[in-house]
Every structure is written in structure tokens, then in C-alpha cells.
Design a protein around this ligand. Structure first.
Ligand code: SF4
Length: 354
């Protein structure tokens, strides 16, 4: 257990429009500029998350002006620290990756410089509303963009007399209390010590992932909204969709097991285990390599059902895009009768599966 250290270096503020609102993010390029100079990098690729793309040219200009390096802005979508295309390394001396925390267990063939983009929205008013929904001790969690507010939430809850815990993650996690859509170990590591979680982040996916992994109540505090939400209210729809996909896949004779080509998603070992399991059940299975997921590619391949060992979010978030069932590894185990529906959780990535 521990607390998140606040940054004291120079901060550059950037406006980003999220859901029609202008959000201020702190983007500190001081370390990145120093690192580019130290590496004597002449050509640098710049990756930013989708929501920041329209302002990325300002970040590129800041780097070019201060580090005297040529910057190439990467247009391909970038959803996480796992998502640094290897092809970039043929063209550039280093990659600057904005908006996600590093995944410590990942190794790249050229330097990748991670630059956090943290929002700075006061959470005090929502915290007061959240207190009535929480049961202490409370595990406090945040997604990468909200690690600044994680500190504020811990201080706020403690000042209101609540007992708070914060968990360490495994080798895919670089900050205490941080969760990824593919890793909830900061939550599971303290599951026995807490009675509920406060998660600072947006959307339903992360909160539901924590709830399913721990069985505990989760309250989501999205700094861009007015009210905190209890995640249990939102889980029925997603679980119905997953149950339907599992039922359809039970009729499948052939399965395509997709391995993501992105450096941080290549779960080859896990994919081979799943292939063995499918063949043991006397069904056909093949491994498939894929970078960008596309329903048309899957139609062309013609399997009855697919299993994604790449980013766990794809099967859940994009369910409506696929006409064949696209399952997570846990869901395949339910289809094949080696896991019970009652033990349903979202997929998580561990280093041993790569
Ligand atoms: S695999 Fe998915 S959830 Fe995990 S870091 Fe990459 S984009 Fe995020």
C-alpha cells in the first residue's frame, strides 16, 4: 500500500473537448524533452489518445521547439500503453506516448517516453454525495487520466472520517490504485480488506470489471459528471449481451483465436492454451494474428465464433459490430463447460500469458 506522489515539474495545460465540454489536462513535457535530448533523438513519433488528437499539434510544436527534434504525429488510434506499433521503430529514434501510464513489464526495441495527461477537476462536491453510497473501509481506484484526483479523493474521504485503502498492482501497473481495462490487480489485492470501492474514471467498463472481479460494491465518480453512480445498476444490460454471445457460441464447430499484434497484447501462451482446450473438446481451432479489429476481416475468415486474447474491451464494447460471437477467454471457458456462468468476470491480462 502507498500513496501517489504529486508531480512538481513544469506543467503545460492543454484544453481537450470531451463530450462537448472543455477539459483541462496537465501535460508535463519537461522530462520528455530532457529524455529526447539525452538520447540525441532526431526523429520522434508522437502518440496521443483520440480525445486529444485535435490539439496534438501543440504538443508536437512544444517538443520541436524545446528538444530540437523532428516530430511525426501518429494518426492511428491509440488506446493504451500496450498500443505502440512496432513499425514505428523502423522510422524514428524514439516514441513519445501521451495520456497513458507505462506498463512496466513491457519491453520495446527503442525508447518509448511516457507523458501523463492528468485532468484537474475538483471532486469535493461529488465526494460528499458518494460518501453515503460507500461502505468503509473503501478501496480507492482511478484510471490513468484521473490519478491526480485519486490523491484528492483519498484526502477528502479521510477528512470525512472514512477508512481508506489503496492497493498495489502487478507488473502491468505502474501506480498504486491505478486500474486498466485489462488489469484490476490494484482492486483484487485489497479485496479482502475493503467493503466497497470508489473508482474515479468514466464509463461503465472499468467499474463493472472491478465489481465482477471482487464481488464488492463499486461507486464510480466521473469528474466530468455531476453525480456519482453505483455500477451494479448498469451491469444487467452488459451481462445479458455476454450471456447471449456465449449461448450463440455453444453451437459453433470452429473457433478463430485472435492474438493481437500490438506489443502489449500478444498473449501467445494464453491463445495456445485455448486452442488446446477447444481441440480437446473435438472442435476446430486456429490462431489468427490481427492488429486492428475489423468485423469484415472476421467475416472473410469464416469461423463460426471468435475468441479475442487481445484487448479485453473489444469483445465487450464493440459487441454490436460483430455478426459472429466474439468472446473473451473466460467466456470461451464457459462455452466449453470448464467455467461456470456464476464465476463470470471480465478478462484480465497477466505477464505469464504472453
Ligand atoms: S490491452 Fe486494452 S485495456 Fe489494456 S492497456 Fe491496452 S488498450 Fe488498455
Amino acid at each position: 500500500m502507498g500513496t501517489v506522489k504529486r508531480t512538481t515539474a513544469r506543467l503545460v495545460q492543454r484544453k481537450v473537448v470531451v463530450c462537448g465540454r472543455i477539459i483541462m489536462y496537465d501535460i508535463d513535457l519537461t522530462n520528455a524533452v530532457a529524455e529526447i535530448k539525452r538520447l540525441k533523438a532526431r526523429i520522434v513519433a508522437l502518440q496521443v489518445p483520440e480525445g486529444m488528437k485535435k490539439r496534438a499539434y501543440q504538443i508536437a510544436e512544444d517538443i520541436e521547439n524545446n528538444a530540437s527534434a523532428e516530430v511525426m504525429l501518429v494518426a492511428e488510434p491509440c488506446f493504451g500503453a500496450c498500443d505502440v506499433p512496432s513499425s514505428l521503430f523502423d522510422m524514428v529514434d524514439a516514441v513519445v506516448h501521451v495520456g497513458h501510464s507505462p506498463i512496466p513489464s513491457l519491453r520495446f526495441t527503442k525508447p518509448v517516453i511516457f507523458v501523463p495527461a492528468r485532468s484537474r477537476i475538483p471532486v469535493t462536491e461529488q465526494l460528499k454525495k458518494a460518501v453515503g453510497l460507500l461502505v468503509e473501509p473503501v478501496g480507492v481506484l482511478a484510471t490513468s487520466q484521473h490519478l491526480e484526483e485519486l490523491d484528492d479523493a483519498i484526502e477528502g474521504l479521510e477528512s470525512m472520517g472514512m477508512k481508506v485503502k489503496i492497493g498495489e498492482g502487478d507488473s502491468r501497473i505502474s501506480h498504486v490504485g491505478e486500474i486498466l481495462g485489462c488489469n484490476y490487480t490494484t482492486a483484487t489485492s485489497i479485496a479482502e480488506d475493503v467493503n466497497s470501492y470508489l473508482l474515479i474514471g468514466s464509463g461503465t467498463f472499468h467499474g463493472l470489471g472491478v465489481h465482477l472481479s471482487t464481488g464488492k460494491k463499486v461507486v464510480v465518480l466521473d469528474p466530468n459528471l455531476e453525480e456519482p453512480r453505483e455500477i451494479e445498476q448498469e451491469k444487467a444490460k452488459i451481462l445479458r449481451q455476454r450471456h447471449a454471445a456465449i449461448e450463440r457460441a455453444e453451437k459453433a464447430r470452429s473457433f478463430g483465436i485472435i492474438i493481437g499484434e500490438k506489443v502489449g497484447q500478444r498473449r501467445l501462451r494464453r491463445a495456445r492454451e485455448l486452442r488446446k482446450l477447444i481441440r480437446w473438446k473435438r472442435k476446430d481451432a486456429s490462431l489468427i494474428l490481427m492488429d486492428k479489429f475489423d468485423p469484415e476481416k472476421l467475416k472473410t475468415l469464416g469461423f463460426d465464433a471468435y475468441v479475442s486474447t487481445a484487448c479485453p474491451r473489444i469483445a465487450i464494447d464493440d459487441v454490436a459490430m460483430y455478426d459472429r460471437p466474439l468472446l473473451t477467454p473466460h467466456e470461451l471457458e464457459i462455452v466449453l463447460g470448464v467455467r461456470r456462468w456464476d464465476d463470470y468476470t471480465f478478462d484480465q491480462m497477466t505477464e505469464e500469458e504472453f
